[in-house]
Design a protein around this ligand. Sequence first.
Ligand code: ADP
Length: 167
Amino acid sequence: MMRQEHGITVAVYPGSFDPVTYGHLDIIHRAAKVFDKLIVAVLNNTSKNALFTLEERMELLRKVTADLPNVEIDGFRDLMVNYMKQRNVRLIVRGLRAVSDFEYELQMASTNHKLNPDVETFFMTSKPQFSYLSSSIVKEIAKFHGPVEDLVPAEVEEELRKKFPQT
Ligand code: ADP
């Protein structure tokens, strides 16, 4: 069950990752243990005002997942189900934080399943200390030069400092 071609179970973890946080990284570590291969797919969403470019977001993800051999970083700007068809993957991993994520995630999961009934979405939770952590919160703190070292890896902290230089 759930085996892909060549007997390998592949899942895709899509998101904006603007930038990647310890919450995302926790989900990546957990999913990389469950699935044979995990593709972290960075969405180039033109309707969202991103702080980091697609390339920057992918580069940071590559750095912080360098120790995980079965994790691949990719980018996409297509409809999720189209991208998955193109990559021949039918499993989606999403992270669930507080209840506030639930309605949007439910809508996405049912929409994707409707667009392609072969597509299944798996939800994973992160450690409780990350359950209120989001990229937006991190950006808000970094903008005012507050401490973000407990929220993002050092590589991300450094890039945030460059985006919001102290004058
Ligand atoms: P999007 O813009 O699609 O919401 P994000 O980059 O914000 O993308 O998040 C991608 C996925 O990671 C989503 O499923 C989101 O719920 C999940 N996620 C983000 N932060 C956390 C966290 N702290 N704990 C668990 N899951 C998280």
